[in-house]
Design a protein around this ligand. Structure first.
Ligand SMILES: Cc1ncc(COP(=O)(O)O)c(C=O)c1O
Length: 393
């Protein structure tokens, strides 16, 4: 039932647990890089999966880091600061001062507003260093700044000698697969960059662009060819006037495939329909686009004992006290039994971090990294959350 390399590994795994396959992850990055060509740099949006950042350091150009918590993870993982882009809609002045005083101009700081830009400039001035910044252009939401503000900063850049505006950052959303959307957005930034050159004599060195590439999570989704998408996207990049460095910010598209979540059936009952209660739940695993547990994600069933071939369609419910804690409805399982383990796939991005982890004071699941060479390595032990929910005397 399991691929040979997983069979030994999984039998000893205490559930619920996540396994991130580093071989799969590294192959994925190489595939994306091969498809896009070496002149395109890849920036890993680490919010997708912070557990794997160290394992890809040798093959990724940059990390997009969106909070000081993520930054602290980079420090612990010894990520070279030259690879860090400190992004985020809220940057705290004290934390920024600490980072800049320690690492100075090693990293790139994004400016999501005029206020942020001025704050970065002020702190750099205080420390007497010049730091690089990317101006984030808004796509009509709370992120980034308006085109007018961006142009104004470019026009008055000489008044800000402690920041070097290296280029523009653009991200508009995730799970996107229509080439014409990318085309529109790339045209927009390309035109903007041309305008900055023509009107203000400003030539950007970098364009950091987040395409939000799509990942297929469910059986029965409309057919979609990611190789075609990448080919089309590469052509679009080739048609830009912009001649500087293009850096693609990607999270989901890089990390989703490497993750598997294991949860054991701990109870089985028929309340009008068959229910499998599992030891995990919605607080530990979420799929983008899942709708009331109706869609069937990619999964496998690890039988505790030999199956009898009889298929039962079960509702798989988690261990929280809420009727919403349904992972999947009507999941075909072979004579499901207590002790069988369900493996949910393509959960290497976001799924492990987006849950309502503190509800019901359940423990956080353990996290393992797996590779053929090193086998299964524990990254995070099972972790009690009840201590967050009542301090005690
Ligand atoms: C600024 C920015 N860049 C990149 C990403 C990664 O998006 P995705 O996981 O769709 O690749 C995000 C996700 O929220 C983001 O906010």
């Amino acid at each position: 039932m399991f691929e040979p390399q997983y069979r030994d590994v999984i039998t000893n795994l205490a559930t619920p647990a996540y396994v991130f396959d580093i071989d799969v992850l590294q192959e994925r990055i190489k595939f994306i890089q091969d498809m896009l060509g070496d002149n395109i740099q890849l920036c890993y949006a680490m919010k997708a999966n912070p557990f794997v950042i160290q394992s890809i350091e040798g093959i990724i150009n940059r990390y997009e880091v969106c909070s000081h918590g993520e930054f602290a993870i980079c420090e612990r993982a010894n990520i070279p600061m030259e690879k860090v882009v400190l992004s985020g809609v809220y940057k705290n002045a004290d934390e920024l001062l600490r980072v800049m005083a320690t690492y100075r101009d090693c990293l790139v700081y994004t400016s999501e507003s005029v206020h942020q830009f001025e704050m970065i400039h002020e702190i750099a001035k205080q420390l007497d260093c010049q730091v690089s910044t990317l101006l984030r252009i808004t796509t009509g939401n709370q992120f980034g700044m308006s085109e007018e503000e961006l142009c104004h900063l470019i026009a008055s850049r000489k008044q800000y000698p402690y920041v070097d505006i290296v280029g523009i950052q653009h991200f508009s959303g995730t799970q996107r697969k229509k080439l014409n959307l990318y085309e529109q957005e790339l045209k927009y930034v390309d035109t903007l960059l041309q305008r900055l050159e023509k009107e203000y004599g400003y030539v950007a060195k970098e364009l950091e662009f987040g395409p939000g590439f799509y990942v297929e999570y469910f059986h029965g989704s409309k057919a979609y060819d990611e190789v075609e998408l990448l080919k089309g996207f590469k052509e679009l990049l080739g048609s830009l006037h912009f001649q500087g460095q293009i850096i693609l910010e990607l999270g989901r598209f890089i990390a989703a495939n490497c993750g598997r979540y294991y949860t054991e059936i701990v109870d089985y009952k028929i309340n009008q329909v068959p229910y499998c209660i599992v030891d995990g739940g919605m607080h530990q695993m979420t799929y983008y686009g899942q709708m009331m547990a109706m869609k069937i994600p990619y999964y496998r069933q690890l039988k505790k004992e030999q199956g009898n071939g009889q298929i039962v369609h079960c509702h798989v419910s988690g261990s929280l006290c809420t009727m919403n804690d349904n992972l999947v409805k009507s999941l075909p399982l072979e004579n499901p039994q207590i002790g069988d383990v369900l493996e949910f796939q393509r959960v290497g991005a976001y799924a492990m971090c987006e849950g309502i982890s503190l509800f019901l004071s359940r423990d956080l699941p353990s996290i393992y990294l797996y590779s053929k060479q090193d086998g299964l390595c524990l990254q995070r032990s099972r972790f009690e959350t009840n201590i967050f929910n009542y301090k005690g005397e």
